[in-house]
Design a binder for this molecule. Sequence first.
Ligand code: M6R
Length: 605
Amino acid sequence: MCGIIGIAGQTTVTDRLVDGLKRLEYRGYDSSGIAILSGGELSRARAEGKIKNLEAHIKDHPLNGQTGIAHTRWATHGVPNETNAHPHKSGRVAVVHNGIIENFLDLRESLKGQREFRTETDTEVVAHLVDVELENGKTPREAFAATLKKLHGAYAFGVIIDGVEDEIFCARAGSPLALGIGDDEHYLGSDAMAMAQLTNRLIYLEEGDWAVIRPDGFEIFDLKDQPVTRDVTIISGGPAMAEKGNYRHFMLKEIYEQPETITQTLGNYVDEFRLSANIPESVDFKDFDRVIIIACGTACYAGMVAKYWFEQVAGLAVDIDVASEFRYRRPVLGDRSLFLAVSQSGETADTLAALRYCKEAGLKTAALVNVMTSTMAREADIALPINAGPEIGVASTKAFTSQLTALAALALSAAVSRGTLSREGEIRLTRELIKLPRKVTGALELDKMIEGLAFELSKAKSAFYLGRGSQVPIAFEGALKLKEISYIHAEGYAAGELKHGPIALIEDGTPVIVLAPYDELFEKTISNLQEVASRGARITLITDEIGAKSAANMAADMIVVPSSDSFVAPILTTIAVQLLAYHTAVHLGTDVDQPRNLAKSVTVE
Ligand code: M6R
């Protein structure tokens, strides 16, 4: 969380820093700020709330210079106000930080009597520490390097120092940070997106690295302060990819991109001529008797659907857990398990920690990610792309359906290599995957109708989503989408579980969204639908053409997605729950792309 950008330039940097912050706003938008060196003198501007507030502030109080750092914050320590906004300043030093300094209270204590603390943040102490070292006579490099040695926790830093013309000091441990190479200037950023307008030549700092960047060059040092060289990565895909086009929100644009993004994912995982899954040779499911899938939020629900696929089609056991719980419960890993992280960003702190935990334990690790330059992609033994393109809306949509598509292909390939699926079965299920983009287009045609239904839902205080089998995780996902962007309380439940307690919450008019494509569990789900309908629930049934005929008159509203084999049905019902949440939020006038309290990339535990 939090986004950092820095420019050691030859021309004025303010506008370019603000532009970089806008690209980083998906990482947090509680406050933002900028610090600039001009003629060796340091000035800063900060504002509570979104970047547009900082922009307005700068318009009234311009600051200019050729070297600067900037930050957009997702609050961890201290309320999201201007005082707690980065950059934090002490004496000659200004600091922007992403991560958490775990020993900040001890460090504050060590400076008691020497320094006055003005903020509630963990970061401020870093500015004081560097400044104290400078006062003690250390050079800027020595002061920065000495400060890093005192810190425990996770960090990515950008630091500028009054009187030190043209230089930015930066470091990473636990939180990602990259250097950008320009023609006659250099940059730093939390990710490629931050620098998309500036350069496509990046150097990802490694754990413990720190660096000094200047307009005419840079130097990188390792944990032991030894000079090191790191590889240059060329980033493909231009900045235009992150534009909203004619859509009202990024989320809607990303929902509509799904026929194309699923096609892109299929391009990587399916051989359309041979009609088979086509996955990297480095993954052979014969070598494993279990897959451990770890992820957070929406990505975790993708993993839950995959559990049904791997177990039903490939007879391969799957453990699935949220990353924040996984390593603290001391899991039994086994020695023939494949660890699979699922993450859009590839940076989620808990998922990354789980990956490292399993790697250290000697497991083969794979990461299914959207951002192939991410830390997970770089650290896992096998990096598996989903190719969904940049996802900007905080609510994950196209990444989810691409994760599902890739996981379905992986399950197919596991089934083939483990001998649990006949060639006919492989052809049939591969065809179902190939038909997905067309069927997703069909589901998107329901948009206007779903917009109408969403108006009714927008009046609710609370809602339930029910499903059985591989529709259970889609019920979870539907409820999560509604909660995060419309702020309506919602719960996803296995349809058969409701009568074990939560049914007590059903009263006249409670919205219950039932996911029931016509499959072997259809009848049972419809019985559960009737249990809640008879207690007054207002039912919206998401089903397919056959299901709609069988359940005519049983629901107040029906959303009929294209029929398919039950194997791919979760991907089609997903489109309906995405649109339902989106339009409900629009009716309510919430900030769809940047919902309150959230950030796209959660890089703190
Ligand atoms: O980048 P990741 O896929 O690891 O992110 C995981 C979750 O933070 C993410 O899916 C989150 O739940 C989304 N806001 C859901 O829409």
